[in-house]
Design a protein around this ligand. Structure first.
Ligand code: WTA
Length: 632
């Protein structure tokens, strides 16, 4: 069984060991997994190339660690509880034994359909157990999964499929999220019009929606599953063989395919799950993230299954059929650990406390938060109303690129401070730097958050573009990994993340690059140029404010604004729709989005010097709006 820190003193002792002797520390943790062959070298690294290898020489399969090794003791224990969108529908419980068989069958389906070790497979599925089965089946045969959140548009799918040349895509007919219907297969059909690498599309029949099946390309999950054997021996993978790609937005260009590898990710996912949440045998763990984001990968699928835990997959939304849905879910499944996002907490806060009436939340022991800074008010509301003042909140800071949690309290062990992610986990060596890259020493300071030393779960590359990996994360401050986040270290040495310091907007915990959004908006026929900035938003954390330049006089701005929003939905996905749009008159067209953004930010900060005469440069009404705090 993986080691679990039990006291704050032990945390300090383990932390010190992990910094002084990282190889000793991480070799000790890795002993608790099943390896086909043990490693020769625990760690080899430099941040200049960058080159990072953990457990080099080892061979393993992550699914043997998630499934095979549990069968002797957990065959009849529930691995996944599926809670459907509609609470009137039956939930599903899948045991470790059943999950094991399903994964082996689907691994055989992949092989029978031409997928080999190293091939990329795209997964575009709702929150159903088959999403986890598909991921695990890929990992079992050594194929690299690339999961795309089922809220992305056809164009976003084809961009991602083309970037990593996926050979196969796995999808479903469709699903409902709340009252909204998503025709996934239709979206995939659209996406596949502009891809050439996909040979097969496997469709899971989830809701019996009518779909078009293209002969020779599209096949049904159930037909294929009926044809293959239930036996499958996991492929032995090298420690640094790729496990998955997950696309994420950055400050420039198209989304990047963040690449994670096998052994280090496994060790880190399992260790952080067990320690941060202080997981106990028999606990029911519920993370409300979507499988399409890294939180779903690490803390719905891999982390819990590696620990032999019971994990919940929830298909719906917190407000359907009413704002008590999360609390019903906790009551129904007797959830012990509940992990959600500040945006969900804030949106539920608005409904008041009556929704808790009659709901028994006494099973809860630990609460978690992830994705964006949690404001103090939301923290206290969560603590008082959900945790009834008794459950520690682990405010977990991490990123797609980090693979797992880096800064967080250990539940019930680290003394808490509302809205603080508190202290680094073992193996995580943080530092704050100023603009010039000088380390900011001492406490009561603020700077850009960097990391000095590799940890096993960190990304190894950007798929197909290692140079982009280097420039994005390792070039701003040579020798350091730069997170892109600003951070305070208070008098007690506690860390509080203040938010992105690059051109990335965090909307409801979803990362969206301003450059990517501007490109999407600029593709709209009426728009000449645009600049997108974030502004504080009560529910979403940050809202998207788009300033656009149009060529001709627009009679009905509202129609244009709706049209631009619909256009963004088509190009990226609904979650990226701008909250506010305003036509800005007079900004010279030759100015790039980046320069316009700088100008708009300066005005927002009340600094109108050096930007020319604002009355001709920018519509005065917009200047007033900006000055009044519409943007940050
Ligand atoms: C932000 C999500 C404050 C941060 C796991 C980071 C947070 C970005 C927190 C990564 C937190 C995540 N407090 N900010 N507890 N957790 N963030 O890649 O800006 O979707 O850089 O990974 O979310 O988002 P990503």
């Amino acid at each position: 069984m993986l080691p679990q820190i039990k006291t704050f003193d032990e945390y300090k002792e383990r932390y010190n060991l992990s910094i002084e002797q990282p190889r000793v520390f991480w070799a000790g943790i890795a002993e608790h997994f099943q390896w086909t062959k043990k490693w020769d070298t625990v760690l080899d690294w430099n941040f200049a190339e960058p080159k990072i290898t953990w457990y080099q020489g080892a061979q393993l399969n992550i699914t043997e660690n998630c499934l095979d090794r549990h069968i002797a003791t957990r065959e009849n224990q529930t691995a996944i509880i599926w809670e459907p969108n509609d609470p009137k529908e039956q939930s599903r419980s899948i045991t470790y034994g059943q999950l094991f068989i399903s994964v082996k069958i689907f691994a055989n389906v992949l092989v029978a359909n031409g997928v080999k070790k190293g091939d990329r497979v795209c997964i575009y599925l709702p929150m159903i157990p088959e999403a986890a089965i598909a991921m695990l089946a890929c990992a079992r045969i050594g194929a690299v999964h690339s999961v795309i959140f089922a809220g992305f548009s056809a164009q976003s799918i084809s961009d991602r499929v083309n970037d990593s040349k996926c050979k196969m895509i796995i999808t479903a007919d469709g699903f409902y999220r709340g009252e909204k219907k998503f025709d996934l297969k239709r979206i995939v059909d659209d996406a596949l019009k502009s891809t050439s690498s996909i040979e097969k599309c496997i469709v899971f029949n989830h809701r019996n929606f009518p779909v078009n099946m293209e002969a020779g390309r599209d096949i049904w999950w159930h037909d294929e599953a009926a044809k293959v054997s239930v036996e499958h021996i996991a492929q032995a993978m090298d420690a640094e063989d790729p496990l998955f790609i997950l696309y994420t937005s950055g400050s420039t260009g198209k989304p990047k395919g963040v690449l994670h590898t096998t052994a280090g990710y496994m060790v880190y996912a399992a260790y952080t799950f067990k320690n941060v949440f202080q997981y106990r045998e028999q606990d029911i763990f519920c993370c409300t993230a979507d499988i399409g984001w890294v939180t779903g990968h690490t803390y719905i699928v891999y982390g819990p299954l590696l620990n032999g835990a019971t994990t919940i997959m929830f298909e719906g939304v917190p407000t359907y059929p009413d704002a008590g849905r999360f609390w019903d879910l906790i009551d129904k499944h007797k959830v012990n650990i509940f992990y959600t996002a500040p945006t969900a907490i804030r949106s539920l806060q608005a409904y008041g406390e009556e929704v808790f009436t009659g709901k028994d939340l006494s099973s809860l022991r630990v609460l978690g938060s992830v994705g964006e800074p949690i404001n103090e008010e939301a923290w206290h509301w969560y603590h008082n109303n959900v945790g009834k003042g008794k459950c520690p909140i682990v405010d977990t800071w991490w990123q797609t690129e980090t693979g797992g949690i880096l800064i967080s309290p250990l539940a019930g062990i680290t003394p808490l401070k509302p809205a603080f992610a508190t202290l680094p986990l073992p193996g995580v060596e943080l530092l704050l730097v100023d603009e010039k890259g000088n380390e900011i020493m001492g406490n009561g300071v603020e700077g850009n958050l960097c990391i000095k030393h590799p940890w096993p779960g960190m990304a190894r590359s950007v798929y197909g573009d290692h140079e982009r990996f280097r420039t994005t994360y390792f070039s701003a401050y040579p020798g350091l990994y730069f997170t892109g986040d600003g951070c305070k270290r208070d008098e007690d040495g506690y860390y509080r993340i203040t938010g992105r310091v690059d051109d990335v907007i965090n909307v409801s915990g979803h990362r969206i690059g301003t450059g990517e959004l501007e490109d999407a908006i600029n593709m709209h026929g009426e728009v000449i140029e645009s600049a997108v900035v974030a502004y504080p938003h009560d529910l979403k954390g940050q809202g998207i404010y788009a300033y656009v330049i149009c060529d001709k006089h627009i009679d009905n701005k509202e129609i244009l604004y709706k049209d631009i929003r619909d256009h963004v939905t088509k190009v990226i996905g609904a979650f990226a729709r701008p909250d506010k749009i305003q036509i800005v008159k007079g900004l010279p067209r030759t100015r790039s989005g980046k320069i316009m953004r700088r100008i708009l930010r300066k005005i927002a900060e009340g600094d109108t010097s050096n930007i020319g005469d604002t009355s001709t440069l920018v519509d005065p009404a917009v200047v007033e709006d900006i000055k009044a705090g519409a943007i940050k």
